[in-house]
Design a protein around this ligand. Structure first.
Ligand code: ADP
Length: 255
């Protein structure tokens, strides 16, 4: 029974690799427009969960049971990785991957052109739309002054923001970010938090992260933080709630 407003719905997900259970009955839902942080110790199953959502791991290469839906109708367990990219799930891995020899704006343009969804590619075909998209994205990611600089000359934090901009050019419904603040200075981390906070409401975002200050900046006083441990949800609630949860403290300190 899927209630309205959910962009991602995971129910009783179990994922095993040759009998080893990496996910042991995970139930999770993300609301449309939500910015959800997911934390948890190493081995909790965070990467496996992201891999299942994006089709990298599925019934073809693991033992999978349960349900994983995008919106109310799209059964992600029935789709392959390229199909999932086409329906608007964008993923960013920890390290930045930009085209270093291309200018910042060229990176964004390439991302728009190589859009995996023909719907978006066609909509943005009108030049005016493309220009407006580019301007908006450059402003959002705070790289309007760097537009003509080769991406290879950007700082680490700027590269990470550029890659998020490249994903935004693809008009995703759901963005999955894997430890985007790793390796960033405090200032870069806060700039990234500002960017993601601005995106709240325009697309749904799931951030897997270790940096607690960053998670606090993203979740504020009311945002929901999900704590995974041993392949299931250990605790969920505001940052204030989860950080005082004895089971959470135990799972972090007990390692
Ligand atoms: P996290 O991202 O939270 O650190 P992972 O999802 O990477 O956790 O891993 C969860 C568990 O599943 C770990 O014990 C890991 O060793 C195991 N695991 C992940 N992928 C595979 C795989 N392809 N084959 C076997 N075991 C795996």
């Amino acid at each position: 029974d899927l209630s309205h407003g959910e962009i991602l719905y995971i129910e009783d997900l179990v994922v095993s690799f040759d009998g080893f259970k990496a996910i042991k009955g995970l139930t999770l839902d993300i609301l449309s427009g939500e910015l959800r942080c997911i934390i948890g110790p190493n081995g909790a199953g965070k990467t496996t969960m992201m891999d299942v959502i994006t089709g990298k791991t599925g019934p073809r290469n693991a033992q999978v049971s349960g349900r994983v839906f995008l919106g109310q109708t799209i059964d992600l367990l029935k789709l392959k990785e390229p199909q999932i990219a086409q329906i608007g799930i964008g993923r960013k891995f920890q390290k930045p991957t930009v085209f270093e020899n291309l200018k910042v704006w060229e990176n964004l343009e390439l991302a728009r052109k190589s859009n995996k969804s023909w719907r978006v590619a066609l909509t943005a075909k009108v030049n005016q739309d493309a220009i407006e998209d580019m301007e908006k994205t450059l402003l959002q990611i705070g790289l309007e002054k760097e537009a003509y600089i080769p991406a290879g000359e950007l700082s680490h934090g700027q590269k990470q923001r550029l890659e998020i901009g490249m994903l935004l050019m693809q008009k995703p419904e759901l963005l999955l970010l894997d430890e985007p603040a790793a390796g960033m200075t405090d200032e870069e981390t806060m700039q990234l938090a500002d960017l993601l906070n601005q995106l709240r409401g325009t697309c749904s975002i799931v951030v897997v992260e270790h940096d607690m200050e960053f998670v606090s900046a993203l979740s504020g006083e009311t945002g929901i933080v999900t704590v995974l441990a041993e392949g299931a949800v250990l605790a969920q609630g505001t940052m204030e709630h989860v950080k005082n949860d004895p089971a959470v403290i135990e799972s972090y300190l007990g390692r």
